[in-house]
Design a protein around this ligand. Sequence first.
Ligand SMILES: [Zn+2]
Ligand SMILES: [Zn+2]
Length: 311
Amino acid sequence: MNDQVYIHFLGTGASVPSLKRGLPAAVIMKDQTGILLDCGEGTQLKLLQAGISAAKIRYIVLSHLHGDHLFGLPGFLTSQQMFQRIHPLTLYAPVGIRSFMDCLMQITGFNPTFPFELVELPADESGSLNFNQFDISYRPLDHKSPCLGYHFKEHNKPGKFDAERAEQLGIPHGPERSRLHNGEAVELEDGRIIEPEQVVESPIPGRTISYCTDTRPCDATVELARGSQILIHDATFTEMHKDRAFPTGHSTAVQAAMIAKNANVEKLYLWHLSMRLDKQGEEQSLSEARSVFPESFIAQDLDSICLNRPQ
Ligand SMILES: [Zn+2]
Ligand SMILES: [Zn+2]
């Protein structure tokens, strides 16, 4: 098992696809298990281009049910059925997704034979989820449609086991040692209780990623993203079109950077960029964000980031 977490950006644009930017989708990948964040139209093609097998997607998490984040889902699911997927797949999305799926099944005849679970999340409440290797918290954002922002926190890795110390304490080789390594206290035959801290170094913290789109700037994103290594945030507009941000329920690059700064994240990735941004517009967006938060970057389709564990 390797100890790496990647974020693969698949589609980084807003509303309609362009040759340069597909519609929103990204994958968090750990140990060959993927979490797909949003599933805009064209996500299947982007997965192919990125060399990521769709079979590795174990979870799909949708921010909201606007078409640009959702319309890749029917194709993705239908292809999985055609490929006779056997691996389980769980879909999390705000309330309304069940009606969408019912409609899809009724009209297209899609009827998964692979283990498929659908979980509707009330989009006006905060909550938490637990995936294989991640704890997830979510909060309602401020968009035109009920929308959830997500924070992914990889489980901590147990600290190093001090075998020498274990010998000194007379801890037998066997299950006692693995229980201690996993954070449990154990009682030895002579009645002594050994606490994990006596033989295990401090746990190594897990990686943290926040995904907040689509949204106006709001306190919920600051709370969700606080201290994250990576914040992926709506940055649909530059200052030139900032008057369009509020009425459409989006943020500017500067507003995204303010959130990143207030949440004290390590890096901000500007996301959900308007198709009207050409190369010059992108440079403008980036320099506006960096004037507020220097560790800002523009997410580009098919870019991958490898995250180190926080120090
Ligand atoms: Zn959108
Ligand atoms: Zn939207």
